[in-house]
Write a protein that binds this ligand. Structure first.
Ligand SMILES: Cc1cc2nc3c(=O)[nH]c(=O)nc-3n(C[C@H](O)[C@H](O)[C@H](O)COP(=O)(O)OP(=O)(O)OC[C@H]3O[C@@H](n4cnc5c(N)ncnc54)[C@H](O)[C@@H]3O)c2cc1C
Length: 325
């Protein structure tokens, strides 16, 4: 992609032509300001647009001096906030194409993983990695490099192969991994600054089944010495701690191999195999968590910790993460 086009993408949001009366093009003047998922921040405006097509997005962007894009509101900070205008992407939620030969799926940017992953599985395909929850929008997840887990699994932005976005001038730009290389790489984790992503194409892989087991109370001393081994012990491994003493829980997700017998070891580096489904916060019922106890299930119902139809985690909470070399 040419440098000039890239600069255009980066340009500030500008005022444009008059607006035609699309339903999604008039702000939904909600009575109360919306909050994010955690409830720790209230968005700064009630001018909220909910376009359903790329053309509507163009109209809105041309009309507004300033705006920000809102996915499913799971960020804990003000990155998606605006005190002037917000475009809420939840109606940009179509599945456009499943290309079995090229092994890609193209979806509307506002679709949540939980809205299309079962369809993908039914068609014999999977996404290689998912976050702890399937409730987040694809574009919001990719724009912030949302991660799942697994030492060999890239984050959720890594399977993106193409983006359609509307720039600050209301122009539609398509970037592909194959053709636009560096500009494409720079745009995928765009933090909502380069334009509004309307469609995303993702690499897909053959579907697979996963079983997960949870181990309780892993001594911190074991983690210190065996960190690599522990984190590599499954396709996806997650640790939870309240920093009071041990690692409270180790969630190990393993790919089910056809015909291979499976019994979970009763002990794992000093941690004890859980004998029931548990929630990462042990006091809370495991009802909203994905099935554990080694029960095999499709990737989309095991890689996330939380089920689609339920509140992920406990709600109204702030989360922190620790990055280690
Ligand atoms: C309970 C819970 C569990 C979580 N688990 C994980 C986890 O396991 N791993 C992890 O890494 N993170 C996790 N997160 C964080 C979450 O994945 C990120 O905050 C992610 O960005 C949420 O996506 P969203 O659609 O809600 O984005 P929003 O919060 O709505 O927006 C995030 C950013 O994306 C931009 N954006 C959204 N849509 C578009 C678009 N169409 N075009 C351009 N820019 C856009 C916004 O402008 C903003 O900059 C969790 C959050 C919660 C509340």
């Amino acid at each position: 992609m040419k440098k000039r086009t890239f600069l255009k993408i980066s340009s500030a949001l500008v005022t444009g032509a008059a607006l035609s009366p699309f339903s999604g093009c008039s702000p939904d003047k909600q009575k109360e300001k919306m909050k994010n998922w955690a409830g720790n921040l209230t968005y700064g405006t009630t001018n909220i647009y909910e376009p359903t097509t790329t053309e509507e997005v163009q109209e809105i962007i041309r009309k507004c001096d300033r705006l920000r894009v809102l996915g499913t509101r799971h960020c804990f900070n003000r990155i998606a906030d605006s005190d002037t205008n917000l475009i809420f992407t939840r109606n940009l939620n179509k599945i456009y194409a499943l290309d079995k030969e090229a092994r890609t799926i193209t979806v509307g940017a506002g679709i949540r993983y939980g809205e299309f992953c079962n369809h993908l599985h039914e068609q014999g395909f999977a996404i290689h990695n998912l976050a702890s929850l399937p409730h987040i929008s694809v574009a919001g997840a990719c724009a912030t490099a949302t991660h799942g887990s697994g030492v060999a699994n890239g984050n959720l932005a890594t399977p993106v192969t193409a983006l359609e976005m509307v720039t600050g001038k209301g122009e539609v730009v398509t970037l592909t991994r194959e053709q636009d290389q560096e500009a494409f790489n720079g745009a995928v984790v765009g933090l909502g600054t380069l334009g509004l992503v309307t469609k995303i194409t993702l690499d897909i892989i053959p579907t697979f089944s996963v079983r997960q087991n949870v181990y309780l109370n892993l001594p911190m001393s074991q983690l210190e010495v065996h960190f690599d081994e522990i984190m590599s012990s499954g396709y996806s491994v997650s640790l939870f701690t309240d920093w009071q003493s041990d690692i409270n829980q180790v969630w190990i997700k393993r790919v089910v191999m056809e015909g291979e017998p499976f019994t979970a070891e009763p002990e794992f580096f000093g941690a004890r195999l859980a004998d029931r489904n548990v929630h990462p916060i042990i006091e809370i019922s495991a009802e909203n968590c994905t099935e554990q106890m080694g029960v095999p299930g499709p990737w989309y119902d095991r890689l996330p910790h939380f089920k689609m139809g339920f509140t992920p985690s406990s709600g109204e909470e702030l989360q922190a993460e620790f990055f280690v070399p």
